[in-house]
Design a protein around this ligand. Sequence first.
Ligand code: AMP
Length: 113
Amino acid sequence: MSTIFKKIIDKEIPANIVYEDEDFLAFNDINPQAKVHVLVIPKKEIRNLDAATEEDALLLGRLQLVIAKIARQLGIAEEGYRVITNINGNGGQEVFHIHYHILGGEKLPVTLK
Ligand code: AMP
């Protein structure tokens, strides 16, 4: 089932987009947990890492390189940042379209989401 992130991909609802290419989109989190908090998603609808298959291997590998590229573009790479993906209930996943949080721009506490 489609989520609010699909609507952002389709430009049906606005988002502060920081990166877009044919396969990926990145935008500022609406409820930032750090000075820089960007969500990176593939345009392909995959529920989460638990639902990914072998077919997604290349896409998800490329996604990691895109995350690193975006972090460099945001100017946070050298000082450092954190990448998180939440999976299902215990992981705290709220939006069931696979996404990776980029958190940075400041020293992060160990327990930050
Ligand atoms: P998760 O808990 O990992 O599923 O994270 C979902 C994230 O999506 C949360 O950090 C929300 O603040 C963020 N979020 C939800 N709706 C939007 C939106 N319309 N635009 C930007 N971020 C959103």
